[in-house]
Design a protein around this ligand. Structure first.
Ligand SMILES: [Cu+2]
Length: 189
Protein backbone atom coordinates (compact mmCIF):
# COMPACT_ATOMS: atom_id res chain seq x y z
CA UNK A 1 0.00 0.00 0.00
CA UNK A 2 2.56 2.51 -1.06
CA UNK A 3 4.71 1.77 1.95
CA UNK A 4 1.94 2.48 4.40
CA UNK A 5 0.49 -0.14 6.68
CA UNK A 6 -2.96 1.32 6.77
CA UNK A 7 -5.58 3.48 5.35
CA UNK A 8 -6.87 6.22 7.56
CA UNK A 9 -7.59 9.85 7.96
CA UNK A 10 -5.03 12.57 8.34
CA UNK A 11 -5.78 14.52 11.47
CA UNK A 12 -5.46 18.25 11.51
CA UNK A 13 -4.04 20.13 14.42
CA UNK A 14 -1.54 22.62 15.60
CA UNK A 15 2.12 21.97 16.23
CA UNK A 16 3.72 23.88 19.00
CA UNK A 17 4.68 24.04 22.61
CA UNK A 18 1.77 24.93 24.85
CA UNK A 19 -0.45 23.54 27.61
CA UNK A 20 -3.86 22.18 26.72
CA UNK A 21 -6.59 24.74 26.13
CA UNK A 22 -10.24 24.27 25.22
CA UNK A 23 -10.48 24.00 21.45
CA UNK A 24 -6.89 22.86 20.97
CA UNK A 25 -8.17 20.37 18.41
CA UNK A 26 -8.69 17.22 20.46
CA UNK A 27 -10.38 16.20 23.67
CA UNK A 28 -9.85 17.86 27.05
CA UNK A 29 -10.06 15.50 30.02
CA UNK A 30 -10.05 16.20 33.74
CA UNK A 31 -8.20 13.95 36.18
CA UNK A 32 -11.18 11.64 36.76
CA UNK A 33 -11.66 11.33 32.99
CA UNK A 34 -7.97 10.51 32.63
CA UNK A 35 -8.18 7.74 35.22
CA UNK A 36 -11.26 6.36 33.48
CA UNK A 37 -9.42 6.43 30.16
CA UNK A 38 -6.63 4.33 31.69
CA UNK A 39 -9.07 1.92 33.37
CA UNK A 40 -11.01 1.43 30.17
CA UNK A 41 -7.79 0.73 28.32
CA UNK A 42 -7.00 -2.00 30.82
CA UNK A 43 -10.15 -3.87 29.81
CA UNK A 44 -8.60 -4.45 26.37
CA UNK A 45 -5.57 -6.58 25.64
CA UNK A 46 -3.64 -9.19 27.59
CA UNK A 47 -0.63 -8.11 29.63
CA UNK A 48 2.57 -10.07 29.94
CA UNK A 49 4.78 -8.24 32.42
CA UNK A 50 7.61 -10.75 31.87
CA UNK A 51 8.00 -9.75 28.26
CA UNK A 52 6.68 -6.21 28.81
CA UNK A 53 4.02 -6.73 26.17
CA UNK A 54 0.31 -6.23 25.61
CA UNK A 55 -1.33 -8.55 23.09
CA UNK A 56 -4.65 -7.72 21.47
CA UNK A 57 -7.05 -10.14 19.82
CA UNK A 58 -10.04 -9.78 17.54
CA UNK A 59 -10.84 -7.56 14.63
CA UNK A 60 -11.36 -4.40 16.68
CA UNK A 61 -8.41 -3.33 18.79
CA UNK A 62 -8.65 -0.44 21.25
CA UNK A 63 -5.38 0.93 22.62
CA UNK A 64 -5.38 3.57 25.36
CA UNK A 65 -1.79 4.71 25.38
CA UNK A 66 -0.58 7.32 27.87
CA UNK A 67 2.34 9.69 27.43
CA UNK A 68 4.27 10.06 30.70
CA UNK A 69 1.74 8.86 33.26
CA UNK A 70 2.45 10.39 36.70
CA UNK A 71 4.71 8.01 38.64
CA UNK A 72 6.58 6.91 35.53
CA UNK A 73 9.78 8.39 34.26
CA UNK A 74 10.32 10.82 31.39
CA UNK A 75 10.22 9.93 28.52
CA UNK A 76 8.00 6.89 28.23
CA UNK A 77 4.65 5.69 26.97
CA UNK A 78 2.46 3.71 29.36
CA UNK A 79 -0.11 1.02 28.68
CA UNK A 80 -1.62 -1.29 31.28
CA UNK A 81 0.91 0.05 33.77
CA UNK A 82 3.84 -1.04 31.60
CA UNK A 83 6.37 1.44 30.26
CA UNK A 84 7.02 1.29 26.50
CA UNK A 85 5.46 -2.18 26.15
CA UNK A 86 5.59 -4.17 22.96
CA UNK A 87 2.11 -3.89 21.45
CA UNK A 88 0.92 -6.87 19.41
CA UNK A 89 -2.15 -6.63 17.19
CA UNK A 90 -3.69 -9.10 14.75
CA UNK A 91 -3.14 -8.69 11.04
CA UNK A 92 -6.21 -7.11 9.50
CA UNK A 93 -7.58 -5.65 12.72
CA UNK A 94 -9.06 -2.19 12.86
CA UNK A 95 -6.97 -0.38 15.43
CA UNK A 96 -8.28 2.54 17.44
CA UNK A 97 -5.11 4.10 18.80
CA UNK A 98 -5.81 6.70 21.47
CA UNK A 99 -3.25 8.80 23.27
CA UNK A 100 -3.52 10.79 26.50
CA UNK A 101 -0.77 13.23 27.42
CA UNK A 102 -0.34 13.39 31.20
CA UNK A 103 2.99 15.17 31.14
CA UNK A 104 3.61 18.68 32.41
CA UNK A 105 6.10 21.33 31.41
CA UNK A 106 7.84 23.16 28.61
CA UNK A 107 8.37 21.01 25.51
CA UNK A 108 6.36 18.15 27.03
CA UNK A 109 4.00 17.83 24.11
CA UNK A 110 3.88 14.26 22.82
CA UNK A 111 2.44 12.17 20.04
CA UNK A 112 3.02 8.73 18.57
CA UNK A 113 4.04 7.88 15.03
CA UNK A 114 4.37 4.36 13.68
CA UNK A 115 7.54 3.70 11.75
CA UNK A 116 9.60 0.84 10.39
CA UNK A 117 12.82 2.59 11.47
CA UNK A 118 14.32 0.86 14.53
CA UNK A 119 16.06 2.59 17.46
CA UNK A 120 18.35 4.16 18.46
CA UNK A 121 16.91 7.52 17.43
CA UNK A 122 18.71 10.86 17.14
CA UNK A 123 17.80 14.11 18.92
CA UNK A 124 15.79 15.25 15.90
CA UNK A 125 14.04 12.00 15.12
CA UNK A 126 11.19 13.25 12.95
CA UNK A 127 12.92 13.14 9.57
CA UNK A 128 15.03 10.13 10.57
CA UNK A 129 11.86 8.08 11.08
CA UNK A 130 11.00 8.27 7.38
CA UNK A 131 7.45 8.23 6.07
CA UNK A 132 5.02 7.31 8.85
CA UNK A 133 3.13 4.03 8.40
CA UNK A 134 -0.02 5.68 9.68
CA UNK A 135 -0.94 9.33 9.12
CA UNK A 136 0.41 10.85 12.33
CA UNK A 137 -1.66 12.55 14.99
CA UNK A 138 -0.68 16.11 15.82
CA UNK A 139 1.32 16.64 18.98
CA UNK A 140 -0.82 16.65 22.12
CA UNK A 141 -0.21 19.65 24.39
CA UNK A 142 0.88 19.10 27.97
CA UNK A 143 -1.44 19.25 31.00
CA UNK A 144 -2.35 22.76 32.06
CA UNK A 145 -1.32 22.65 35.70
CA UNK A 146 1.43 21.23 37.87
CA UNK A 147 -1.12 19.69 40.25
CA UNK A 148 -2.12 16.48 38.44
CA UNK A 149 -5.49 16.28 40.22
CA UNK A 150 -6.74 19.69 39.17
CA UNK A 151 -5.11 19.81 35.74
CA UNK A 152 -6.76 19.18 32.40
CA UNK A 153 -5.31 16.79 29.83
CA UNK A 154 -5.21 16.47 26.06
CA UNK A 155 -6.39 13.26 24.43
CA UNK A 156 -6.69 12.27 20.80
CA UNK A 157 -7.19 9.17 18.73
CA UNK A 158 -6.94 7.77 15.27
CA UNK A 159 -8.10 4.65 13.52
CA UNK A 160 -6.26 2.50 11.01
CA UNK A 161 -6.20 -0.99 9.57
CA UNK A 162 -3.22 -3.14 10.55
CA UNK A 163 -3.00 -4.34 6.97
CA UNK A 164 0.66 -5.34 6.69
CA UNK A 165 2.22 -7.90 9.04
CA UNK A 166 5.60 -6.94 10.37
CA UNK A 167 7.59 -5.27 13.11
CA UNK A 168 7.12 -1.56 13.59
CA UNK A 169 7.88 0.98 16.29
CA UNK A 170 5.67 3.58 17.90
CA UNK A 171 7.80 6.63 18.56
CA UNK A 172 7.38 10.13 19.95
CA UNK A 173 8.91 12.44 17.32
CA UNK A 174 9.19 15.52 19.58
CA UNK A 175 12.84 16.64 19.71
CA UNK A 176 14.92 14.50 22.10
CA UNK A 177 12.00 12.35 23.31
CA UNK A 178 12.77 9.27 21.20
CA UNK A 179 16.47 9.75 21.85
CA UNK A 180 15.64 9.55 25.57
CA UNK A 181 13.66 6.34 25.07
CA UNK A 182 10.11 7.32 24.21
CA UNK A 183 9.29 4.41 21.93
CA UNK A 184 8.10 0.82 21.90
CA UNK A 185 7.74 -2.07 19.51
CA UNK A 186 4.50 -2.46 17.54
CA UNK A 187 3.96 -5.87 15.98
CA UNK A 188 1.31 -6.84 13.45
CA UNK A 189 0.94 -10.61 13.11
CU1 LIG B 1 7.26 12.87 23.54
Amino acid sequence: MGGGMMSGTMMSGAMGNYPVTPGWGGKVLDYADALNYIKYGQTHGTVDAQTNSVTFAGSNVIIHLVAVQPGYQDQTFELHGLANPTIIVPHGATVQLNLLNMDYGNNMEHTAVITTTPPPYPYMSMMYLGPPQVPPMPELPWRNGNDAKTAQYAALGESFIASAPGAYWYVCPAPQHAEEGMYGKFIVR
